[in-house]
Design a protein. Structure first.
Length: 227
């Protein structure tokens, strides 16, 4: 039997990875709230509510895993990419159900891809089970929206589908870049926090610092890239 000999993540990196996914689910919850409030079809609204429950479960499970490893769970969206995702969904909500789902699809693509990458990493068994189950949820959400958009005349081969695919790819690149910097900053902050804790010192490196401080780094990077 083949044994995976790749090194597993240290606790600081693992907690940062889990917090990145936790923030991703908080991003999704905000986008879902906008879509559910504006969508006209009762059937589509109920499906979105069911999917939103999946994200709520992800938040609960990831929070537990972070706490079990002595980490601080960041119960906030990504900064600033969370606002970027909400803005994309809000623009979609200005149209009809098709436009709402096109915006939803862009957000779900990034969630699907990020969970898929996380599930492919070498993780402790209890963590791997949670991440793999969430990755399956995200794949199911994305497959559903593809099929639904096809029924609404906005499939991959339609003019709307082709135009949205370009936006979706750009959306994923921007969000991944910003969140990658934020995750790195969180891993560094978590390492510092654990060092203070090991010496019995209390320092104000709490949830707000981990999230907002890392977000400032990401915002600065984004600002440099745009200049």
């Amino acid at each position: 039997m083949h044994t995976d000999t790749r090194p597993t993540m240290d606790d600081s990196v693992l907690v940062a990875e889990l917090n990145d996914l936790l923030q991703l689910d908080h991003d999704a919850l905000g986008a879902y709230s906008i879509a559910i409030a504006r969508i006209r079809s009762d059937m589509l609204r109920q499906t979105l509510r069911d999917f939103r429950h999946d994200h709520e479960r992800h938040v609960e499970e990831l929070t537990r895993l972070i706490h079990e490893r002595g980490g601080v769970a960041v119960q906030l969206p990504h900064v600033p990419s969370g606002a970027f995702k909400l803005a994309a969904q809000a623009v979609g909500a200005l149209g009809g159900d098709r436009e709402i789902l096109l915006a939803f699809k862009a957000n779900e693509r990034q969630a699907r891809d990020k969970y898929r990458r996380a599930a492919s990493a070498t993780l402790p068994s209890g963590v791997r089970d949670v991440v793999e189950r969430a990755a399956q949820d995200e794949s199911r959400h994305y497959a559903w929206v593809l099929e639904t958009l096809e029924d609404l005349g906005a499939g991959a081969d339609s003019a709307a589908g082709r135009a949205e695919r370009v936006v979706e790819s750009a959306h994923a690149r921007v969000a991944d870049t910003l969140e990658g910097v934020e995750k790195g900053a969180m891993a560094a902050a978590e390492t510092v926090r654990r060092g203070f804790a090991a010496r019995g010192e209390r320092k104000p490196i709490d949830t707000l610092l981990l999230a907002v401080g890392a977000g400032i780094v990401a915002a600065q990077l984004f600002g440099r890239e745009r200049r």
